[in-house]
Design a binder for this molecule. Structure first.
Ligand SMILES: Cc1cc2nc3c(=O)[nH]c(=O)nc-3n(C[C@H](O)[C@H](O)[C@H](O)COP(=O)(O)OP(=O)(O)OC[C@H]3O[C@@H](n4cnc5c(N)ncnc54)[C@H](O)[C@@H]3O)c2cc1C
Length: 401
């Protein structure tokens, strides 16, 4: 294929790259694209979930292309002093379903698997084997990379999809069960811990043990053992794992976004996905943002590379500005509260009005929402809260796990 010119080369067939490819083909079926992924499957090994209220009608229509698990009876949260059922619907998509749908929906030859990109520039990508693909526009979706320019902590988790011998009786997703032991030691200190449950079927649960910690230390057997004990305590009996996933995701509490972009950007190449800064700083989720970004890029898919890069950079900067509040809340969580009191921050948050909570997850908090989230009776000592809000946090520099 040396010498062949395509319209758009997308590097990285994860969530962002796959959604951009799909949105481009839906908007402009004649567009010649290549989605280049180093792994054997698009999307890696993930289960991506989101609230129905996170997406616009167009975003929902884009995701209709994928088989999803849907829950429409609301969801639960549990804290030491608060139990609540909220109304929003919840959705979940596995990376296997993502992979197979894209194989079906993208034009033949548009997907290259097991292909690593060695370098890229505004007009081409160079594959590991030495092949060069020329493109009118190049989009870099290679996933988050550690950086000294952003600061914060880590969300560390293991999720296991378990098939039990008997029905488990869980009717709705439990987005946070934080009525579990807090400050359970991890790495060099304590952390905010919660369990997340998705009832996939009457006998099947996805159980995830998650903590917010200062360090990215990750001990798979510790988390797996906690999941076993949680299942035992609920009397769910014996079960066998259908699949497992793990994550160490950045919780971004501050940093120098200009310096970050300078580190990550290749001139004239659009930088998208988690690598482009399109994440929710506190939850580390990207799906709703990736959907909106894919639609916006598809609507401007006729732009030449450098213009497309500038367009996406403007969106990233706007996203960084609009998410200031979530970084401040992250500083309160990681810096102002003692590890065993971090739970109080989420407990207070989940007592707020439901629409505010929906807007928080969708990164659409209004000015009154922001005031309500940060002002009021802070569940942490005021001097520490002030120091945390004014502080910076630790650099998010680590080996990618
Ligand atoms: C286990 C797990 C569960 C998560 N669950 C959720 C969730 O429920 N909801 C949510 O919104 N977010 C979730 N996230 C967070 C976030 O949405 C995901 O990390 C998301 O996949 C990020 O999308 P991305 O496309 O930017 O990066 P990725 O999905 O990581 O994709 C990057 C891709 O680039 C490929 N790549 C890298 N370098 C090269 C190269 N040189 N050449 C070719 N290909 C390359 C990688 O193999 C990878 O497939 C989860 C993250 C993890 C790890």
């Amino acid at each position: 294929m040396n010498g062949r010119m395509i319209d758009v080369a997308i590097v990285g067939g994860g969530l962002a790259g796959g959604l951009i490819a799909l949105a481009l083909i839906r908007a402009r079926p004649e567009c010649r694209i290549e989605l280049i992924e180093s792994g054997a499957m698009l999307g890696g090994n993930h289960r991506w979930s989101w609230f129905a209220s996170d997406l616009s009608a167009e975003g929902e229509a884009l995701l209709e292309s994928f088989r999803q698990t849907r829950w429409d009876q609301g969801y639960d949260v549990q804290f030491p002093r608060l139990r609540r059922t909220l109304a929003a619907g919840y959705r979940s998509l596995t990376s296997a379903d993502f992979h197979f749908a894209l194989q079906r929906l993208l034009p033949q030859g548009a997907i290259r698997l097991n292909t690593s990109v060695a370098s890229l520039d505004a007009e081409s990508v160079m594959l590991d084997g030495g092949e060069r693909i020329s493109a009118r526009a190049v989009i870099d979706c290679r996933g988050f990379a550690p950086t000294p320019h952003l600061r914060g902590g880590w969300q560390v988790f293991m999720g296991r999809h378990i098939r039990f011998d008997a029905a488990h009786g869980i009717k709705r997703p439990v987005i946070m069960d934080a009525a579990v032991t807090q400050n359970a030691p991890v790495g060099n200190g304590g952390a905010y811990r919660f369990v997340y449950l998705l009832p996939i079927a009457a006998h099947e649960l996805f159980i995830e043990d998650t903590y917010y910690a200062d360090s990215p230390a990750f001990d798979p057997s510790l988390l797996s053992g906690r999941i076993d004990r949680y299942a035992e305590r609920h009397g769910w009996g014996d079960g066998a794992d259908a699949s497992q996933e793990t994550g160490v995701l950045p919780v971004i509490t501050g940093g120098d976004f200009n310096a970050y972009l300078k580190q990550m950007q290749v001139p004239g190449v659009a930088l998208a996905g988690a690598r482009g800064g399109f994440t929710h700083p506190l939850t580390s989720y990207t799906l709703p943002i990736a959907v909106e970004n894919a639609l916006a890029i598809a609507a401007r898919g006729d732009l030449a590379g450098p213009q497309l890069a500038a367009f996406v950079e403007n969106r990233a900067r706007a996203h960084w500005r609009k998410t200031t509040i979530y970084r401040a809340l992250g500083r309160m969580l990681l810096k102002a509260a003692e590890p065993d009191r971090r739970v109080d921050i989420f407990q207070r948050f989940y007592g707020l009005p439901e629409r505010l909570i929906e807007r928080f997850y969708a990164c659409r908090s209004t000015l009154p929402d922001k005031a309500r989230i940060l002002i009021g009776k802070p569940p942490v000592p005021i001097p520490r809260a002030i120091r945390a809000l004014a502080g910076k946090g630790n650099p998010l520099a680590m080996e990618k796990v």
